[in-house]
Ligand binder design. Structure first.
Ligand SMILES: NC(=O)c1ccc[n+]([C@@H]2O[C@H](COP(=O)([O-])OP(=O)(O)OC[C@H]3O[C@@H](n4cnc5c(N)ncnc54)[C@H](OP(=O)(O)O)[C@@H]3O)[C@@H](O)[C@H]2O)c1
Length: 234
């Protein structure tokens, strides 16, 4: 399969690149820094086609489309993994800039990546979009009081909730093609963006996602899962 993974140079994204590559697939990690491009080219010598672009910018749409076209005419799986953490936990301290930055990467970044890859997904026999959401984007969990007060940023929770609605909108529009669109919470990961209660290695999360995805059927579209653990409420 051809698998495009945004933010593929560290954290969960790098582990996803690694596991798909180890299992014989071609990987297209999307990275925003030149050093990451060099790092990936040196680490994976074949079947790895790093793409340099910043998904927080509109130019990324053309940049993604044109760089993918150098290597293939189809993409089977797009994994929208790129993300940034929020910083501020109190309404009186948060800046609208922080809210816009997180919304831009987590939600508009997915919009741009889907716009850029749709032609390639249409050329796949079994096209799938996987959006890296979070338990923290779940309105159900938030309203049931699952998250301790003062422990999580406004910006991250709002951005992931917006991304969840985008997943449902995409499923509604693209489901007939059919392109499957699914949101996942990968677990509480020990990465630089990890929460205070992180308890899982990103390589273990990538293994779970890989095996869940390979065994999943079309009916995962329009749904929210913690792979190999549970289906989640929106
Ligand atoms: N960590 C957790 O516990 C957890 C839980 C639930 C969901 N998630 C979600 O899972 C995903 C991966 O999380 P993580 O913990 O692995 O994050 P991470 O270690 O902070 O890595 C984030 C990755 O995204 C890239 N990125 C950020 N902005 C980008 C942009 N504008 N364009 C292209 N790439 C960009 C980063 O590139 P640079 O290296 O250049 O900055 C980096 O490769 C995120 O969407 C996160 O919200 C994480």
């Amino acid at each position: 399969m051809n698998v495009l993974i945004t933010g593929g140079n560290r954290g969960l994204g790098l582990e996803l690149v690694r596991i798909f590559h180890e299992n014989g697939h071609s990987v297209f990690p999307v990275v925003k820094r030149k050093e990451s491009l060099v790092f990936l080219s040196e680490t994976f010598t074949d079947r790895c086609f790093p793409i340099l672009t910043d998904v927080s910018k509109d130019e990324s749409i053309v940049e993604l489309t044109s760089q993918i076209s150098l290597h293939t005419h189809y993409i089977d799986i797009v994994i929208n993994n790129a993300g940034i953490p929020g910083k501020t936990y109190e309404i009186e301290k948060i800046s609208t800039q922080e809210l816009m930055d997180l919304f831009n990467v987590h939600c508009l970044g997915v919009v741009r990546t889907v716009q850029a890859t749709l032609t390639y997904l249409r050329n796949s026999e079994n096209p799938r979009i996987i959006n890296l959401s979070s338990r923290l984007g779940s309105l159900s969990k938030m309203s049931s009081g699952e998250f301790s007060k003062g422990k999580f940023s406004y910006s991250y929770r709002i951005a992931k909730a917006a991304q969840n609605m985008l997943t449902l909108c995409l499923d509604q529009e693209l489901g007939d093609i059919p392109i499957s669109v699914t949101a996942i919470h990968p677990g509480k990961l020990q990465t630089s963006s990890g929460a205070y209660d992180a308890n899982m290695r990103p390589e273990d999360a990538a293994t779970n996602i890989y095996s869940w995805l390979l065994n999943s059927k079309r009916d995962i579209s329009g749904r929210f899962f913690e792979p190999l653990v549970t289906e989640m409420n929106w």
